[in-house]
Design a protein around this ligand. Sequence first.
Ligand SMILES: [Zn+2]
Length: 269
Amino acid sequence: MSIPFILRDDDLSAYTTPQEIWDVYSGLIDRIKVTFAVVPFIDPRGNHFCDGRGTTTEPIGTNQELCYLLRKWAREGMAEIAMHGVTHRDDQGPEFGRNQVPPLHPAAEYLASVFGTPPVTFVPPHNTFSKEGYLAVRNSGMSVLGSIPFNFTTRPLSDLSPSAFLRRRIYFIKAGTGARYPFPIVVNGHAELSCYGFLKANGLDDLRRALNFVADANGYLAIATHWWELRDNPHLKRALIDFLDQYGASLRPVLAREVWQATLPSMNS
Ligand SMILES: [Zn+2]
C-alpha cells in the first residue's frame, strides 16, 4: 500500500529568513515533498509571523536568498510554490473571507515571474473563504489545498449536487469523528483537497490517527502546518521524523500539483 502524502507549509514571505526554512527542513526535505504556501506581497499588519521585522508591504522577490532556496528545491522536485493570499493582511479579517477580495491575476503572474512557473495551487489565509473569495480562486483556475465547507454559505448551490453530498455524508458516517474528506473533489475544472492541521498542540498520535483514517479509505493524506510553528515547537519536527521512520515505507510523498495532475484531465493537455 502506498498512500500519497502531501505536506503543506504556510506563511513564507519576504520577512522569512532562508535560515529558518533551512533549519526546519534540514533532515526532512530529502524524505518528503513540501507544498510551500507563499505570500506574494506580504503586508505585515496583523501578522505575528512577521515577528515585527518590517512595516511595509514587501514582494517575495526582494528576499532573494529565500527565493533561491525555494527555486532549487522546486527544480529538484521536492517543493512546489503555492499562492497564499495576495498580501495576507490580517488586521481586517481573513483576506479571502471578505466580500471584496484583491485581484488574483497580477499576484499569480508575479509569482510566475519569480519562480518560473505559474502557481496552480491556492491556500486561503486562515483557511477561510467567503463565497466571493472562493469563486475568485475557482475562476482563476487554481486548485485549493485546504478544507472548504461543503455548504451554501461558501459555494453556489449548483455545486451541491445530491450525489456529492451523499458521498460525503456516507464517508463521514463510516469514518467517524475527526476525519477529513480524503479524496480530491472536482468542481468546474478545479480541484480541492482537505488537510489535517498539524499545529503546536498536535503530535505523533495525531499523524497516526490521520493516517488510519486515510488508509481505511485508500485516500490522500494531506497535512497542513506553518514553518514558524515547526520552528517554535521542536516536538513537531520530532513527531514528523518519527512518523516517517515508522510509516515512511507506506507513504509516497507528492506535491499538490501532482494531485491535481492525477485528478484534472485539463492539466495534462
Ligand atoms: Zn497564513
